[in-house]
Design a protein around this ligand. Structure first.
Ligand code: HPA
Length: 246
C-alpha cells in the first residue's frame, strides 16, 4: 500500500513530515499542481501533493485534477486521502470542525472530469455508489478515535464551481438537496481516483458557515482563523493515520 495525501487550502505542506525526496512529473494531461513530495510521517512513508500548487496559486476550477491523479498512480499510489477546506451547512459542521464525508453531489461544470474520453475500446461506467472508499474512511475514523480527535463521521459534500463563495439561495438549495458541507475541489478528484482504481477518502476542515447560515458576510480573516485551528487538528489526524499504517 502506498498512501498519498493531497493537501488543500491551509495545508500546502505538512509540519512534521520528514522530507526524503521530491519529483516533478509530466503526464499526458499536462503538469500536476506541484512537485510530488516524498516523506515520512511517524516513520511511515507517504507522498504529498499540494492541490493548489506551492505556493498556493491555482484556483479550484483551474486545478489539473487529471494530471494530479494520473501522477499519483504513476508513482504507485494505491490510497489517497484528500484534505479540503469547506463551508459548513449541516448543524454539526461548525467552523474549525473536521468531517469525513460519506457522499458527494457534484455541482461543478466545465472541468476535465474523466480519463475515459478518447480512444476507447468500449464505454466504461464506473460504480460510484460509495464515492469514498469505506475501508479507508474507517481507518481515518479509527485513527481519530485512537488519538481522541473529535470528528464528524458522515456527511454529504456538495462540490461547487468556485472560485466565488455561494449565495444564500444556493446554500438553501444545497440544504434541501441534503448537503452538509460545501467545497470546490471534491470533484472531479474523487471520480478520477475511482476510475484509476485507487482507494480515496476525504478529510474536510470547516472554514466558515455556508452563506446565510449565520448573519453577515464571510471574511477571509474568519476563514484563515478557523483553518489555522482545523488544519493543525487535521495534521494530528494524519499522524494518527500514519501510526495505523502497516
Ligand atoms: N463554500 C465553498 N467552498 C469553501 C467554503 C464555502 O463556504 N469555505 C471554504 N471552502
Amino acid at each position: 500500500m502506498t498512501l498519498a495525501i493531497i493537501g488543500g487550502t491551509g495545508l500546502t505542506q505538512i509540519n512534521g513530515l520528514t522530507i526524503t525526496g521530491q519529483q516533478s512529473l509530466e503526464t499526458p494531461f499536462g503538469p500536476p499542481s506541484a512537485d510530488f513530495v516524498f516523506g515520512k510521517l511517524h516513520g511511515k512513508q507517504l507522498i504529498f501533493l499540494a492541490r493548489h500548487g506551492n505556493p498556493h496559486r491555482i484556483p479550484p476550477h483551474k486545478i489539473n485534477y487529471r494530471a494530479n491523479i494520473w501522477g499519483l498512480k504513476q508513482l504507485g499510489v494505491t490510497e489517497v486521502i484528500a484534505v479540503a477546506a469547506v463551508g459548513g451547512i449541516g448543524p454539526e459542521m461548525a467552523p474549525a470542525k473536521i468531517a469525513v464525508p460519506t457522499q458527494i453531489i457534484d455541482y461543478s461544470y466545465g472541468r476535465e472530469h474523466t480519463f475515459f474520453a478518447d480512444d476507447l475500446e468500449h464505454v466504461t461506467h464506473i460504480d460510484f455508489t460509495e464515492p469514498y472508499t469505506p475501508a479507508l474512511r474507517q481507518r481515518i475514523i479509527q485513527a481519530a478515535e485512537n488519538a481522541a480527535i473529535e470528528i464528524v463521521t458522515r456527511g454529504t459534500y456538495g462540490c461547487t464551481q468556485g472560485p466565488r463563495l455561494e449565495t444564500v439561495a444556493e446554500i438553501k438549495r444545497m440544504t434541501q438537496d441534503g448537503c452538509d458541507l460545501v467545497g470546490m475541489t471534491g470533484m472531479p478528484e474523487a471520480g478520477l481516483a475511482r476510475e484509476l482504481d485507487m482507494a480515496y477518502a476525504n478529510i474536510s476542515v470547516v472554514a466558515n458557515w455556508g452563506a446565510g447560515i449565520v448573519d453577515g458576510e464571510i471574511t477571509m480573516t474568519e476563514i484563515e482563523r478557523n483553518l489555522h485551528v482545523g488544519m493543525s487538528n487535521a495534521i494530528e489526524l494524519l499522524k494518527a493515520i500514519s501510526l495505523l499504517a502497516d
